[in-house]
Design a protein around this ligand. Structure first.
Ligand SMILES: Nc1ncnc2c1ncn2[C@@H]1O[C@H](COP(=O)(O)OP(=O)(O)O)[C@@H](O)[C@H]1O
Ligand SMILES: [Mg+2]
Length: 266
């Protein structure tokens, strides 16, 4: 059993090479139980790769990942989902032709369910738990204010609601670690502010340990207790939002570069 002071997640000297590209080049950080931390860094600095390694989508080249003290690096994604990790994706990954409810039920299955095969073939063992899974999904939709969307086909929803459905799917698994990869990407300012409030409220109510990758500096600095900064596959800095915003290395590597790209886009 992990003690209250022990990290929920501990990453040590994590490396991931893609051919000659060192996507992660020896990264060490940890997350305390119940923490809401931000992970920022320029495009290509390794944030999504870190999520892929944590969740088991990719295998580390080297280094260790411990979840409640248990080494989980290289586990298949199903195993880490069963241990309590859930994520959202930088690009929405939902079953667009299916109703909202079915999409969210997938999230429950990933953690607790009997798996797709018995569900699809309606085996008796599946039928009992199916009802519980449905209830759990409905409860999650209500938490996110999506109860009116339950039977809507996902592909027909406004973009902001699709993002919320993805969030609901992750949350429905009752995760102990929630990894959010740019959940506001493509949202308008109102949708971004709404989702920020939702993240704040859920973290406050459920105290799920959360790591948020977010480009919206106002949001990430306003929401998170601690900020972890990546640059070129390395840990550049970590600290409170105030420390991070003052840190000259961060300003140079991240904020400065963003300003330039914003100028270029303008
Ligand atoms: N599957 C992959 N194959 C090859 N290179 C990859 C792959 N995934 C990421 N990369 C490379 O790894 C680096 C880090 O990418 P990524 O983790 O997506 O960064 P971020 O999420 O911070 O923008 C980039 O140089 C990217 O091109
Ligand atoms: Mg990314």
């Amino acid at each position: 059993m992990a003690s209250a002071t022990e990290a929920l997640l501990k990453v040590d000297d994590l490396r991931k090479d893609f051919g000659g590209v060192k996507a992660l080049d020896g990264v060490t950080f940890s997350l305390a139980e119940g923490e809401l931390a931000g992970l920022i860094g320029p495009n290509g600095s390794g944030k999504t790769t870190a999520f892929n390694l944590l969740t088991g989508v990719l295998k580390p080249t080297a280094g260790t990942i411990r979840f409640r003290g248990e080494p989980v690096g290289g586990n298949p994604p199903e195993r880490n989902a069963a241990l309590g990790m859930a994520r959202t994706f930088q690009n929405i990954r939902l079953f667009r032709e299916l109703p909202v409810l079915d999409n969210v039920m997938v999230g429950v299955h990933m953690r607790h369910g009997p798996g797709f095969v018995p569900t699809i073939f309606r085996l008796p063992s599946a039928r009992r738990s199916e009802r519980a899974i449905r209830e759990r999904a409905l409860a999650t939709l209500e938490i996110l204010g999506l109860e009116k969307r339950t039977n809507d086909v996902v592909g027909n929803l406004p973009y902001g609601d699709q993002r919320k459905v993805e969030f609901a799917r992750a949350l429905a698994s009752e995760p102990s670690l929630l990894l959010l990869d740019e959940p506001t990407a493509g949202m308008n300012p109102q949708e971004t502010a709404d989702l920020g409030e939702t993240i704040r409220r859920l973290h406050h109510e459920l105290a799920i340990t959360t790591l948020l990758v977010e480009h919206d500096m106002k949001m990430v600095m306003g929401l998170c207790q601690r900020i972890i900064v990546f640059n070129q596959g390395r840990l550049l800095a970590e600290g409170t939002p105030e420390e991070t915003q003052r840190n000259p290395k961060v300003i140079e590597a991240y904020l400065g570069r963003r300003r330039k790209s914003a100028d270029a886009a303008a």
